[in-house]
Design a protein. Structure first.
Length: 70
């Protein structure tokens, strides 16, 4: 039920999820917010180093491109 006319304090508008994500950014801590991502991360970590694979960050891949959008 919409409650657009009721005034809320700033602290009442913050959800737990928002606070967790905000703190993760502020303290440079990775945060996983869904089970699909968690499962994919576990799969990658299991394979780390096997089959000659290497795990790199997205920034490392982007640095190798001849063009950049940013």
């Amino acid at each position: 039920m919409p409650m657009g006319n009721q005034k809320k304090s700033y602290s009442e508008m913050l959800t737990d999820g928002y606070v967790i994500r905000r703190q993760a950014v502020e303290f440079n801590v990775p945060v996983i917010t869904n089970l699909e991502l968690a499962s994919a991360l576990v799969d990658v970590l299991k394979k780390k180093g096997s089959e000659g694979t290497e795990i790199r960050s997205l920034n490392e891949y982007m640095d190798e491109l001849s063009w950049k959008l940013w």
